[in-house]
Design a protein around this ligand. Structure first.
Ligand SMILES: [Zn+2]
Length: 113
């Protein structure tokens, strides 16, 4: 499952951050999930709960902030967010839009001790 490898990478990142900051425990893991990242928030939560055992994130709360698809129109400069697959400008209906956000998943921040 895609979410499992995502979570494993995420936990590795957490371990690295914690080590750098001499933390012994992570209390909160805050992530940003793009609506177009292909990640199912429910599955991601389950994967996190499964893999966190025995890691520095064992008792961490897992927060997922959903990021809508954010687009910029190259014709009129309009910047807008949509929550469906809709790759055209809402203002001028141009198809020349650039994706600014919403296609990736990021680790935003960690609360550590
Ligand atoms: Zn436009």
């Amino acid at each position: 499952m895609h979410e499992y490898s995502v979570v494993q990478a995420l936990l590795n990142q957490c371990e690295e951050h914690a080590e750098k900051n001499n933390a012994t425990k992570v209390n909160k893991v805050i992530t940003k999930i793009g609506v177009m990242s292909g990640i199912e928030p429910q599955l991601l939560q389950t994967a996190f709960d499964t893999f966190k055992e025995g890691t520095i994130c064992e008792n961490a709360e897992f927060i997922q902030n959903i990021q809508k698809l954010k687009l910029e129109c190259k014709e009129c400069g309009n910047v807008f967010e949509v929550d469906e697959v809709r790759y055209f400008c809402l203002k001028c209906e141009s198809l020349k839009v650039k994706v600014l956000d919403g296609e990736d998943m990021f680790l935003m921040s960690l609360e550590m001790e």
